[in-house]
Structure formats: C-alpha cells, structure tokens
Write a protein that binds this ligand. Structure first.
Ligand code: NDP
Length: 401
C-alpha cells in the first residue's frame, strides 16, 4: 500500500497514471499534478477509480514542497520535462520523498544530455536515506535493463552494444514528433556521439546511417547514429563494453521537414526578439506542431526497440538480440495513447513498483542497470511490454564497421 505523486500530465504522464491505476494493491493512492490542472482532470476522468489531481509548477521548489508536504507521497514519478529534474529532486530531499524519472536533466539553454548534475545528488539522497532512480523509461530504461539481463544470463563478457530504436508507426501527419517536440528535436539535431574503448567520438548530426532488417514483418529501415543518455551510465556501470552506439529510425519525410526547419532557424533554442517580445523559435514551433498526446487515435503500426550485443560466453563468441515490439493501436485501445508514450510510461510504472515493493531498494542516486534485472523483466511481460531474445547465427551487419 503506497501513495504516489505523478508530476506531468502529458503523453507519458497519462500512460503512467493509467497503468498505476490498474494496480491498486501497489498504488493505493495516486495524485496527478501538472502545470495545467485541467489536463490532470481530463486524464483522471478516463479512469475507473478515483485519483486526486493538483496544479503545480515544478520549476518552483517551494510550490512543489508544499504539494509534497500536503499529499505526503512515498514516491514522486517525474514525467514532466527534463528541465524540472533538479527542482523536483530538491523538493523530494526537502520533504523526505523518493524520486524516479525517465530522462536526464537538461539545462534549457543548452542541449546537453549528461547525468553529472543528477549524480551529484548521490550523497544528499544517501544521507537522507532516500532513493532516486534515474532514466526509467524505455530508452533510457528498458534498454539498460536488457543489457543488464544479457550480462547476467547470456554473456561472460560483453564487447559491443548497439541500441536500436525503430518507430515503424505512421500518424498520418506531414510532420509530428512522438514525444515532446522540443525535447525530441533538441535530441535529434544534436551531434551524434558514440563510445569506443573508453573515449567518446562525435559525428555530425544524422551523418552516419545503416539499414537494419527489423523482425516480425517490420522489415528493413534506415536508422541514424545519435547520442543517447543511457550510454553514459552504461559506460560507467559496465566498463567492459568496448563500443556502444545508439541508432534511431527516421523516415525520409521526417528528415526532409526537419532539415527545412533547421535551415530556416526554427529549431534554434536561443531567444530572439519578435514584436518586442523574446521567444525561443523551437518553443514556438512546439506550439504549432501536433500535440504528441493527440496522435494516439491516428497512429498505426508498431515500434521495435532493443539491443544487439556481441561478446563471449564459455569461451565462444556470441551474438544476441533482445527486443520489444509494441503496437500503437493496441496501446490506444488500452490507455488512449500511442506506443511511444506507452513504452515510456509502462517502465516508469514498473520502476515505481520495484521501489515501492522493496524489490529495488537502496539509498542514493541510481541508474536502472545497477539493480537485479529479473523482477523488472518479469513485470514487463505482465504489463504490456513482452520481450523476445534471439541468439543470432552470425554477426549482424549493424555490428560491422
Ligand atoms: P509532454 O510535453 O507531452 O508532457 C510534459 C508534461 O509536463 C506536460 O503536461 C506539462 O504540463 C508538464 N510540465 C512541463 N513543465 C512543467 C512544470 N514546470 N511543472 C509541472 N508540470 C510541467 O511530454 P511527454 O509526456 O512526451 O514526455 C515526458 C517526459 O518523458 C520527458 O521528460 C521526456 O523526455 C521523457 N521521455 C522519456 C523516454 C524514455 O524512453 N526514457 C521517451 C519519451 C519521453 P502542461 O501541459 O500543463 O504545460
């Protein structure tokens, strides 16, 4: 029996709320809070049990502390934006509440995806006897847990890891992003980066690409090398891995629109003055793009996110692929959201369940690969994200240089 406060009533927050509400034996009291309370109320009205809702500006630490002191949750699930990570962690420390999120902190004025700001809270959480679990979505999140599972059950030593994120869905719009457009476009337009033999190597944005033949009828898709935050924590916690890369599929239509938006300055994150008022072009663009939360109804097709690993087991080379396939329309039928929000929200709920049932319990700041993957992997199968693993005959093309 426990009380959970979910902050952020967007696409992911809606899925987390639906999924927590399905499990009253763990999440006995739920409060959903966001900047706009009417969004929380709209989500609450879709549920078949009572939850409370609240308005909070999580950039404001005293306001967040007041809500925490009033509701007194055991855990905060932060599914607002990465900009709020540190203020919510500060409020949790002040109010003695555990913390979980799905994306690492980013300063607003610089698209930098690094854990150091949050890892710096290690001693304070430890001293307070509290736990913070970072990056518990799908990627980061499940991809880290897939890697920990592979290490525990399939490899004596992992040499290479390729994380492969494919959205083979179609929302029927000319251009839209599947999660918060501002965060998504900052990520995609940043330089690519991969890890090799202890060093980070940079590439021009979207300049390296490969084709990968996705399983179960999804087929070959072009995917592009990008930086993604889970590589930083995996490099720290699984230092044996010699090379790590992250790949994401994009359609030519998406890339053409993005290139035009970039070329005309619409993806800039520095403020400009327009009619006497400062605006950030990317934030303005977000306001005119479709709300990712509204894409669920029209999105068809599937996502396929997983890890291809190469290494050694019992003196033999081993090539291994583990993945989840998630169907956009099935997600919408269950929780009114498309699969990108679903694949993020379900792991956040399971991470919260791990913490609240003491299956994952410690004091300090942690990434998900630091815990036993087995109970989490079991819950993925039970709560809508079943996974499959395949021992590959030979080295797949994606692993070749
Ligand atoms: P949305 O933009 O749909 O939702 C974000 C929500 O946060 C909005 O409801 C917004 O409220 C609320 N919010 C923003 N600022 C504040 C604030 N200062 N105080 C309180 N609430 C605030 O984003 P998504 O749901 O798509 O994404 C949520 C998070 O999930 C992001 O951090 C994203 O990076 C992460 N993510 C992680 C993935 C993973 O696999 N690990 C994959 C996809 C997303 P309002 O509408 O009222 O302004």
């Amino acid at each position: 029996m426990s009380k959970v406060l979910i902050i952020g009533a967007g696409g992911v927050g809606s899925v987390v709320t639906h999924k927590c509400a399905q499990i009253p034996e763990v999440f006995s009291e739920i409060c959903l809070a966001s900047r706009t309370k009417s969004k929380c109320d709209a989500i609450a009205s879709q549920l078949d049990r009572e939850i409370s809702t609240a308005k909070v500006d999580a950039d404001n630490v005293p306001e967040t502390i007041a809500l925490l002191k009033d509701f007194q949750p055991d855990l905060v699930i932060n599914v607002a934006l990465p900009y709020q990570d540190l203020t919510i962690m500060d409020a949790c420390l002040e109010s003695s509440v555990n913390y979980l999120d799905t994306a690492n902190y980013e300063p607003r004025d610089e698209a930098k995806f690094e854990y150091h700001w949050q890892w710096a809270y290690q001693e304070r959480f430890k001293e307070a006897g509290l736990m913070a679990l970072l990056g518990c979505g799908f990627d980061p999140g499940v991809t880290n847990i897939f890697t920990a599972h592979a290490k525990k059950h399939h490899f004596d030593r992992i040499d290479t890891l390729d994380i492969i994120d494919c959205n083979a869905g179609d929302h029927g719009k000319h251009f839209a992003t599947n999660f918060n457009p501002e965060i998504n476009i900052r990520e995609v337009t940043a330089n690519g980066r991969f890890y090799e033999k202890g060093e980070w190597k940079e590439t021009e944005p979207l300049s390296v690409h490969r084709s990968f033949d996705f399983p179960e009828g999804i087929g070959p898709k072009d995917m592009y090398l990008m930086y993604h935050e889970e590589m930083e924590s995996l490099a720290k916690h699984l230092p044996e891995i010699q090379r790590m890369r992250f790949w994401m599929t994009f359609s030519q239509q998406y890339l053409t629109h993005l290139r035009v938006l970039e070329n005309i300055g619409m993806t800039r994150i520095d403020p400009i003055v327009y009619q006497g008022q400062e605006i950030v072009p990317l934030q303005f663009l977000k306001a005119v793009l479709p709300d990712p939360g509204s894409l669920g109804e029209s999105t068809k097709g599937r996502t396929c996110i997983g890890c291809v690993l190469d290494g050694e087991k019992d003196g033999q080379r081993k090539h291994y692929y583990i993945y989840n396939i998630c169907d956009h329309e099935q997600c919408f039928a269950e929780v009114n959201s498309q699969a990108v929000s679903y694949t993020t929200g379900v792991p956040a709920m399971i991470g919260a369940m791990m913490m609240l049932t003491d299956k994952w319990k410690d004091q300090g700041v942690f990434n998900v690969e630091q815990f036993d993957p087995d109970p989490f992997m079991n819950e993925l199968n039970r709560h809508g994200l079943p996974w499959k693993e395949v021992i590959l005959d030979g080295k797949p093309d994606v692993l070749n240089d």
